[in-house]
Design a protein around this ligand. Structure first.
Ligand code: 5GP
Ligand code: MG
Ligand code: MG
Length: 194
């Protein structure tokens, strides 16, 4: 385990088992249709990569990058598009793939925006669903796990852009937040990872 991780919340095995189930469910629900998986950069990348391979349908992949202003552990609801989709979605069944739904602000904004492009259908699949009061109520059609209201990293999720490459979801040690993390310090701790 990485030295900055306090506890592994979801192991690699638990994640992969759940993703296989989600893939089967989505395959059944969209039987006979073409599907566009819309991944949100960067956090959902490991999830969409594994989920896409667990779905047995004609499948397209596209990505959107949105940035939510705020500090590193809280989003603000003011969202900016960094990268848009490559093409129109008006003839497509779109499934948004998210890493985590926390306040709901980012997803609420995204759904609003995409609805105006008239997709054939629009649904949401999030790996993680945080157990807390949403600021914006958003529909989550598929999700992997409900997790407690703690800041997690790994499997795509970052703190200060690090830890995305961990194969599991873990809770960061509080000392990582409280120390003013300098890049030197953080990179050193990544290098020491075994
Ligand atoms: P929301 O807008 O729902 O509050 O947050 C959505 C985004 O905030 C997520 O896509 C993710 O980038 C970030 N986020 C929310 N909770 C967590 C968390 O526990 N860990 C990490 N690493 N990012 C989070
Ligand atoms: Mg996200
Ligand atoms: Mg982040």
């Amino acid at each position: 385990m990485h030295q900055d991780i306090e506890e592994i919340l979801l192991s690699e095995e638990q994640l992969q088992e759940k993703i296989a189930d989600l893939g089967k469910q989505i395959t059944r629900d969209y039987a006979g249709d073409h599907l566009l998986l819309l991944g949100t950069l960067k956090g959902a990348v490991p999830f969409i990569a594994d989920l896409a391979r667990a779905i047995e349908l004609p499948l397209e992949l596209d990505y959107m990058a949105v940035a939510s202003y705020g500090n590193s552990t809280q989003s603000s609801g003011i969202v900016r598009i960094i990268k848009d989709l490559e093409g129109p979605i008006d003839q497509k069944h779109v499934l948004i793939i998210e890493d985590i739904i926390d306040s709901g602000l980012t997803l609420h904004y995204l759904i609003d925006l995409l609805k105006r492009r008239n997709p054939l259908s629009l649904k949401v699949c999030s790996l993680l669903n945080k157990e807390r009061l949403r600021i914006k109520d958003v529909p989550i059609d598929y999700y992997g796990f409900t997790i407690p209201d703690k800041f997690v990293v790994g499997y795509g999720l970052d703190y200060a852009q690090l830890y995305r490459n961990l194969p599991y979801i873990g809770i960061l040690k509080p000392s990582v937040y409280s120390e003013e993390a300098t890049p030197e310090k953080t990179h050193k701790s990544m290098a020491e990872q075994k």
